[in-house]
Design a protein around this ligand. Sequence first.
Ligand SMILES: Cc1cc2nc3c(=O)[nH]c(=O)nc-3n(C[C@H](O)[C@H](O)[C@H](O)COP(=O)(O)OP(=O)(O)OC[C@H]3O[C@@H](n4cnc5c(N)ncnc54)[C@H](O)[C@@H]3O)c2cc1C
Length: 355
Amino acid sequence: MAETEYDVIILGAGLAGAFAAWELQKHLQVLVIDQPSIIGKGTGVSGGLINPMMAQKGRRVWEAEAALDAFKRIADEAHVPRNIIRMDGLFRPAQNPEQANWFKFSAETSPHLGVWYDETVLKAQFPSLDAPFGGIWVHSGGTVKINHLAKWLISEANVDHQSVGITAILEETTGVRIETKDGDVFSAKVCLSCLGNGLLNFDPFKGLDLHPVKGQVEVVDPLHVSSDIPSLSGGMYTAIFEDQWICGSSFRHHYNDLNPSYTDRNLILSGIRSMISELPSEIESTSEVGIRITIPGTRLPMIGPVSDKGNLWVLTGLGSKGLLMAPYLAENLMDWLQNPHFIPTQLTIRRHRRQ
Ligand SMILES: Cc1cc2nc3c(=O)[nH]c(=O)nc-3n(C[C@H](O)[C@H](O)[C@H](O)COP(=O)(O)OP(=O)(O)OC[C@H]3O[C@@H](n4cnc5c(N)ncnc54)[C@H](O)[C@@H]3O)c2cc1C
């Protein structure tokens, strides 16, 4: 049985764990542990969008500017290749006149993030897009291969890495012990749990207010369109890369299994067709499924120590904003580990209310 002492053990190498590892390795001796399987992993999806103007009204995301800055800075520091990240904007078509009014207001109040395009402007720039109500050109947004990005950060960071499942997380008065499926034990002063859906399997996290949402994307070979189109975020999104299109995503708040669903596949592809009508009626695709953890009420991430001992921390709840929130949290992490009272109130630990 091997036993090694680290400053911090990060459990999970999804977006949360990978960005945290990148920042903490600058100051601490770090071990990252993640299981080999990708079943249920939010970061298992091939790609998506970094979009600071989200939700129904296209409103500026909380701390959008700081999050975008953190994302770009870390991407530069880690020399992430251009085939993994492209920060060249995305288009968000309005679905109806009411949404168009919300989007115009958002664009007026946050022009540094996105600008309003009416249909004429849009058609001049992207003739193949259908957006009869106009939309927001989110010039600050981008397109990201999510799974590749997390792997890249871990491979470039100065951390030890174990590819094995965790079976027990034990918080003691002076630190944390982690037991793995291989029978190994690792210990550290602090453990940061970024296990996503896996948090639900471990006792220390059972009372936390975590809500898992199943999602699906369709990975498609690049489709022929008569003129260039940008990545799109509407009722559904299309993250466009030279070698593949990643179309998503569905949201299932109740589900019985983690299998891909044919209904969701059709929903996703018809959502994409509503934005690009010249697509063929038959499209071949491969489905990918993942779970995002959201925090009911705040819809913001959750971070902090889970008990008074202060050694076992959780970082989760990235929801659909993993690409914005993971770098933002990572950037502040070292400060918050030393001064937990600096964590913004909206992000502090929330527990299920007792009935
Ligand atoms: C379909 C879909 C589409 C999405 N699209 C976008 C998008 O366009 N833009 C965006 O910003 N975000 C998007 N997201 C959200 C984003 O992917 C998630 O917010 C993010 O990946 C969550 O990261 P995480 O590190 O918190 O969790 P996860 O990625 O789930 O990582 C948890 C890690 O813990 C590991 N783990 C769990 N249990 C154990 C165990 N017992 N032992 C060892 N390891 C364990 C898992 O293997 C995993 O690697 C999407 C998510 C989904 C599902």
